[in-house]
Design a binder for this molecule. Structure first.
Ligand SMILES: C[S@@+](CC[C@H](N)C(=O)[O-])C[C@H]1O[C@@H](n2cnc3c(N)ncnc32)[C@H](O)[C@@H]1O
Length: 187
């Protein structure tokens, strides 16, 4: 991670809140995106934090699938490693340290991507969406969710326009408490 670029990045001290088991009541992974993930899939958990979603993604892709858990902070990846190890699914998770301006996903061809509460922390959205689009197979879904407090309606519209410019078309909006979210599709 660039040492001078930590201002807008979620600190590891937030992990207790992010990985609180009660969060499943509002952010239930199977209900949110279960229909789009199949055994054997390769999926991206972008800005994985402490692995709150990584565990369920790993269960959904099964033994023959792969979750690439991407984060800019090594401390987050270390926490994710412990989380998925405890749940017995580390064998299907790749922990991937990226740079704030480069996801470094060359050669990846994924069936699904998740960016949950990440995009407001991204310094260069244009480059980010370009890199995500390149890492997805045509037709693949990309679930993008932002906290309402960090994405006003006009900002969220801008975010969607940036995504669309990279070839990530809006498929349908999502209704999630205190959040704005959409399913995008790589065209
Ligand atoms: C608010 S947390 C959300 C974590 C997780 N998605 C969740 O919902 O529990 C945002 C995460 O994105 C990561 N992040 C911030 N900027 C990033 C970037 N440029 N590339 C990859 N990850 C980034 C942070 O380190 C942090 O772990």
């Amino acid at each position: 991670m660039d040492t001078n670029d930590t201002e807008h990045i979620c600190p590891p001290s937030a992990l207790k809140k992010l990985n609180n088991p009660l969060r499943r009541l509002v952010h239930n992974p199977r209900r949110l995106f279960g229909e789009y993930i199949h055994p054997g899939d390769t999926v991206l958990d972008l800005g994985c934090g402490g692995g709150f979603f990584t565990v369920d993604l790993a269960r959904m892709v099964g033994e023959d699938g792969r979750v690439i858990a991407v984060d800019v902070q090594q401390e987050m990846l270390d926490f994710t490693r412990k989380t998925v190890e405890k749940k017995g699914v580390l064998d299907r998770v790749t922990l991937h340290l990226c740079r704030s301006d480069d996801l470094a996903l060359d050669g990846v061809s994924a069936n699904f991507a998740l960016a949950f509460y990440l995009v407001h922390e991204i310094p260069d959205r244009e480059a980010f969406f370009d890199q995500v689009a390149r890492a997805l197979k045509p037709g693949a879904r990309f679930m993008l969710v932002e906290p309402k407090g960090h994405a006003s309606p006009p900002l969220f519209e801008k975010i969607l326009a940036d995504a669309e410019a990279a070839g990530l078309k809006q498929e349908r909006p999502l209704r999630i408490v205190m959040s704005r979210g959409v399913f995008l599709q790589k065209i």
